[in-house]
Design a protein around this ligand. Structure first.
Ligand SMILES: [Zn+2]
Length: 54
């Protein structure tokens, strides 16, 4: 999933923090610390508060 998709999801989903695999870009559930797609444990955390959307 692209960052744009993540932002779009954020815009429609409130202010919850997003987690995304750094390796393949899959969105990962907050309860998951390993990507279900590629098995990587490098999960990026996106805090919506850090985005200042127009
Ligand atoms: Zn992955």
């Amino acid at each position: 999933m692209s960052l744009a998709t993540a932002v779009r999801r954020w815009l429609s989903g409130g202010d919850e923090v997003l987690y995304e695999c750094r390796h393949c870009g899959t969105t990962v559930e907050p309860t998951e610390w390993r990507c279900p797609t590629c098995g990587s444990d490098e999960i990026a955390e996106f805090d919506p508060a850090e985005y200042d959307a127009p």
